[in-house]
Design a binder for this molecule. Structure first.
Ligand code: ASP
Length: 327
């Protein structure tokens, strides 16, 4: 009897927690890349949309950049599991355990999965000074300048790193490009616009506005097919169409809490996220930048976890076969 009462009291406390959540204390989305980049933009837009669903809730973004996103992810894995520190991470959640053999967190064991947010294609883009205007011209230019070009990315294990690696693996040029790592693709984009780096592969959420304004050149998209429904990105071919075998890369983003966050709180956060994903303003913003808000079952924590587990297996097999690790 006493035990039952204790269980009932614990359940009531959990409900009370969830009802008061988030209270006056802010909910921090840790973004493991620099401010102003694509992961940061998703986090900031999602923070605004989720705050609308939790009246009085205060959602903020903290950028903890470095080492391809692993520093920020490790910070959240060790954070107090009270629902006030969350991680907004992309495909790196599955790529880093494959690329780093020594990682201080385990994606499938150290986090509560809160649901997936969006799928984002990438674009292969170049500095405005490049003489090439089409993908074919660009390939010829690379061949003629073998060994002289440099490619930016957001650290080992980042989406831009993975994309650049996959692309270069199929390039007909003998000499590799010099890679220049940044703390995120926001600073990398500044360097590209300024002409200090030659090429980059990055999410459309960071490149679309720059392409539309002519500040950078776009050569191709990374999805299997062109983005024929997008107002400005529809003009670029897919890398697969340009002859790169099986090239099909889409970057996904998901939300995570430290392991041990009470179920009532993770449920409340998942409900808030699902409402935010239906917010017309959020959807419009994402679609304008070439991203697709998740509408399928991956918005549910269990499906999100299943998806990440499958991606880990897929990326690990590819990395193990290449024998190229980040550490
Ligand atoms: N787009 C970056 C990447 O390459 C990360 C970022 O700055 O959001 O992973």
């Amino acid at each position: 009897m006493k035990r039952l009462l204790l269980i009932a009291a614990a359940a009531l406390t959990m409900v009370a927690h969830a009802q008061n959540f988030p209270g006056t204390k802010p909910v921090t989305f840790v973004v493991p890349f620099a401010a102003g980049g694509p992961t940061d933009k998703v986090a900031r837009d999602l923070a605004v949309a989720m705050a609308k669903t939790m009246p009085g809730g205060n959602f903020v973004v903290e950028n903890v950049a470095g080492a391809g996103g692993t520093i920020g992810a490790a910070k959240v894995a060790r954070a107090n599991p009270d629902g006030h520190t969350l991680l907004l991470f992309h495909i790196g959640m599955a790529a880093t355990p494959a690329l780093y053999r020594k990682l201080s967190y385990k994606p499938l064991e150290d986090f509560e999965f809160l649901g997936m947010v969006n799928d984002v294609p990438m674009t292969l883009v170049g500095k405005p000074q490049l003489p090439a205007n089409t993908y074919r011209d660009f390939e010829n230019y690379i061949r003629a300048n073998a060994g002289k070009l440099n490619i930016a990315h957001a650290g080992l294990g980042s989406a831009s790193h993975i994309c650049g690696m996959l692309w270069q693996a199929q390039l007909q040029s003998k000499e590799a490009m010099t890679t220049i790592p940044f703390g995120g693709t926001a600073p990398a984009m500044n360097a590209l616009v300024g002409g200090q780096v030659d090429v980059m592969c990055d999410q459309t959420t960071n490149t679309t506005a720059q392409i539309e304004s002519g500040r950078i050149k776009a050569f191709a998209v990374t999805t299997a097919k062109p983005l024929s429904d997008h107002k400005s990105l529809k003009y670029y071919p897919s890398l697969q169409e340009m002859g790169l075998k099986n090239f099909d890369l889409t970057i996904w983003h998901g939300l995570y809490a430290p392991k041990g966050t009470p179920a009532a709180i993770t449920t409340a956060l998942n409900e808030a996220m699902k409402k935010a994903l239906k917010d017309p303003e959020f959807i419009k913003k994402q679609e304008g930048l070439g991203a697709l808000v998740v509408t399928d079952k991956r918005v549910e924590p269990a499906e999100h976890k299943k998806f990440v587990a499958a991606e880990i297996q897929k990326i690990k097999a590819a990395v193990d076969a290449s024998g190229k690790y980040a550490d």
